[in-house]
Design a protein around this ligand. Sequence first.
Ligand SMILES: Nc1ncnc2c1ncn2[C@@H]1O[C@H](COP(=O)(O)OP(=O)(O)OP(=O)(O)O)[C@@H](O)[C@H]1O
Length: 265
Amino acid sequence: MTNSIPTTGEGPGGAEADALAARAEAINKIYGSGDAEVVALDDVTVGLGRGRFTAIMGPSGSGKSTLMHCMAGLDTVDSGRVFIGAVELTRLDDRRLTRLRRDKVGFVFQTFNLVPTLTALENITLPTDIAGRRPDRDWLDTVIDAVGLRDRLRHRPGELSGGQQQRVACARALAGRPDVVFADEPTGNLDSRSGGEVLSFLRDSVRRMGQTVVMVTHDPVAAGHSDEVIFLSDGRIVDRMPGPTAEKVLERMKGFELAGGGAAR
Ligand SMILES: Nc1ncnc2c1ncn2[C@@H]1O[C@H](COP(=O)(O)OP(=O)(O)OP(=O)(O)O)[C@@H](O)[C@H]1O
């Protein structure tokens, strides 16, 4: 197939590639130059386990969004390599990168980013429609039932609550059965009840539907739903916490504040 996305012989292979949905290898990202230079990512190496729910936390400005954007192929790195599965993102031209994002990656944003003129169902199937692919009906049904939106499918976003809109966005992210879903503060605009529903759904999509979810969050309660928390500080990974609870995460975040690692918001 001439159009296929190339893999690299030097990247993680075999069992390692299978176990990791995404991986960054010694990535650096610098914004600005001279006095205005900011090292947003400083030699970050991290693997995100397949079939796992990973949370990324850290003080404001620690590089969480930058890491997520670089790993999702939404932003470029200055050096180092990024893989989605066995495919090296950092070797792809724009056209192939766009296709990889479309076919292999799902996104959930803090502000939902739904198309207001389309119904919930049309929003959910939009990425597969644009890709010219037929959605897998059984999978779509599974996703729609899992987010609990079957009776809202004909509603437009303006007729849905914030929590319902974010559940539509989650269903949209999962509809194409991506290799990995990146969620950037998915509960940041929601009250705690709606946020809890979205987090339960994201967790269930991992546990019951075998998906892989990576979430940036400031909220220890949200991070407590994950399988593992990765802590960033000053553009570096400083800790990982498997089996987190909200209490343990809060304690760890307080440690950053005491160490002068910036405001934890
Ligand atoms: N486009 C940009 N131009 C210049 N500097 C940037 C840009 N994007 C991010 N930065 C800087 O890079 C550093 C990391 O930013 P990033 O947004 O990744 O942090 P974050 O941990 O997600 O922060 P927050 O929790 O406040 O959203 C910060 O110092 C930020 O000011």
